[in-house]
Write a protein that binds this ligand. Structure first.
Ligand SMILES: O=C(COP(=O)(O)O)N(O)CCCCO
Ligand code: NA
Ligand SMILES: [Zn+2]
Length: 311
């Protein structure tokens, strides 16, 4: 069934596991993710960025949002696993309202680049509207390093746990993304991967609510190797190692945003197939390996996060 993200995350919070939130821009990634969820009997959070809304709607974000709701609902309404649709990194009021209007389960209001009081004011505005429409809300505190969408935040600003407690009390958001040292994309760490478990622990103790980890892709070595075998150059790529990811779940992370790992799996499969099948031009065939690799990465991640058999 099509459910509210909050329902999925409240259960995960109680039972101390995490649910992956996978980004999509098209049908093929959605198919592969849903197949993984069915195989693992796992709840799924499908998420789209504002860019994906524009992309799918050919420039019209409301049309894009509506298309994604219809696609996801078609799958969700015909399956036993709970599936939610979430707007990731909502920054533009028009886009956030479009997602709510279209029927998204939840929206993120990302005002993490604003001073605290402004982040609170903006977030409160969205919470008031979203809650009136039965839509749950995610917000972010602290800043990821690396490129966060179109904002290149040079260094990460880690979450202040006391601020987090004040923020959630003031805003009444449903789930919070504390910055603890991750960043978006495939180049997360120069040296050894390290996250601030102490801050995460404190935020969980103080808020007791479902928490979100952004920039949580692991950069799956198997996929990097296949892609590089067929012409990709992913030199220097490094993600969040599985053991570190598991530790964040043990410490209270319940939603794990994953985009880069699926992108790398898809392009690895696409490169491999196209190189080995010069005569093929049926998209249902030349995207098959790509979808299979995405499904594999999805299935492995659902297992790792502990959401398998939790549907
Ligand atoms: O936090 C994440 C996932 O981050 P990643 O998959 O890059 O580790 N997202 O919000 C997905 C969109 C960011 C672009 O990748
Ligand atoms: Na999000
Ligand atoms: Zn993110």
């Amino acid at each position: 069934p099509y459910v509210n993200t909050k329902d999925i995350l409240e259960k995960a919070n109680k039972e101390y596991y995490a649910v992956a939130a996978f980004n999509i821009n098209n049908l093929e990634f959605l198919q592969a993710i849903v197949e993984g969820g069915i195989e693992k009997k796992s709840p799924l959070i499908i998420e789209t960025s504002e860019g994906a809304m524009k992309y799918a709607g050919m420039g019209d974000p409301l049309r894009g949002a509506s298309l994604f709701v219809k696609m996801v609902r078609e799958f969700a309404d015909s399956l036993d696993i709970p599936i939610a649709l979430h707007l990731d990194h909502g920054k533009n009021f028009k886009y956030i309202i479009s997602a709510i209007k279209a029927g998204y389960s939840s929206v993120m209001i990302d005002a993490s680049d604003k001073p605290l009081e402004e982040n609170i004011k903006t977030t409160k505005d969205i919470v008031r509207i979203a809650h009136a429409a039965g839509v749950s809300v995610e917000a972010e505190l602290g800043k990821l390093a690396g490129i966060e969408d179109n904002v290149a935040s040079a260094e990460s600003v880690l979450v202040n746990p006391d601020e987090a407690k004040y923020f959630v009390e003031e805003t009444q958001v449903d789930f919070l993304a504390p910055a603890i040292g991750t960043s978006h994309g495939a180049f997360k760490f120069k040296g050894e991967a390290k996250l601030d478990f102490d801050r995460l622990k404190k935020v969980k103790e103080l808020t007791k609510m479902p928490l979100v980890l952004h920039g949580a892709s692991s950069v799956v070595q198997e996929m990097v190797e296949i892609a590089e075998n067929y012409g990709a150059d992913f030199g220097g790529s490094k993600g969040v190692p599985s053991d570190i990811l598991k530790e964040t779940v043990r410490l209270g992370i319940n939603k794990v945003n994953t985009d880069t790992d699926l992108r790398m799996a898809f392009v690895a499969g696409l490169r491999e197939f196209l190189q080995n099948n010069p005569k093929e031009f049926d998209p249902r065939k030349y995207m098959e390996t790509a979808k299979t690799y995405v499904k594999k990465v999805v299935s492995d991640r659902l297992e790792l996060l502990g959401s398998a058999n939790k549907a």
